[in-house]
Design a protein around this ligand. Structure first.
Ligand code: GRF
Length: 203
């Protein structure tokens, strides 16, 4: 009998801080039987984040690690790292995770941590990307999925999705258009990255 292609799905964790709409799109995609990643865990650093309840409602294990309970960034990250390893996580997807990660944490997950950013990187790193794209008179804007490295929104770009910026666009309409693309792009890219990780496993 031919061997099934997906012998084991990639054990994936999602880091969130807010509403978690990207997290929801990843969890829903991963519920498909032939999707190559399994969302094992959602970690959130804010106890009141709306995404926590959404993840629970979707049946995903959620853990809140409130960064305010730690004296240092390293102490917070050590608990996060330990939690991820205790769950045998192989891949992390940052989805609206609003903490800067230290080189220590980034180094431990290099090549195993993705982020989604709401601009066409390298343009508009950091915050308020939609507002800045409008102010700069951009005709195109969008989102980027990249590997996480030590810089802020500087890691290797994996994929981008574009939207047109119309003269009538406001921050809100532009944000909504970009978010719609994010929800399509992130599940597609997680699928590609997870397939590549499975292909690299020893047979
Ligand atoms: C998204 O725009 C994402 O690109 C950025 O933060 C936002 C998170 O939104 N990193 P949500 O929490 O996934 O709804």
């Amino acid at each position: 009998m031919p061997r099934p292609i997906l012998t084991k799905k990639v054990r994936t964790a999602i880091l969130i801080s807010g509403g978690g709409s990207n997290m929801v799109s990843l969890v829903k995609a991963a519920q498909e039987a032939d999707y190559p990643a399994k969302i094992k865990l959602v970690i959130c650093n804010r106890p009141n984040a709306g995404g926590l309840a959404k993840a629970k409602a979707l049946g995903v294990e959620t853990i809140c690690i409130d960064h305010k309970n730690f004296k240092t960034r390293k102490a917070f990250e050590q608990v996060m790292d330990k939690t991820l390893r205790e769950h045998d996580i192989e891949l992390i997807c940052n989805a609206g995770f609003m903490r800067i990660l230290s080189p220590w944490f980034v180094g431990r997950w290099l090549g195993r941590q993705l982020n989604i950013h709401p601009s066409l990187l390298p343009k508009f790193k950091g915050l308020h990307t939609h507002e800045r794209a409008i102010e700069a008179g951009e005709s195109e804007h969008g989102c980027t999925i990249h590997y996480v490295d030590e810089g802020m929104d500087t890691g290797e770009i994996i994929a981008q999705a574009k939207v047109n910026v119309l003269a009538s666009d406001t921050n809100e309409t532009l944000a909504a258009k970009v978010l719609q693309q994010e929800h399509i792009l992130y599940p597609a890219i997680l699928k590609t990255v997870a397939c590549a990780l499975i292909a690299k496993r020893p047979q």
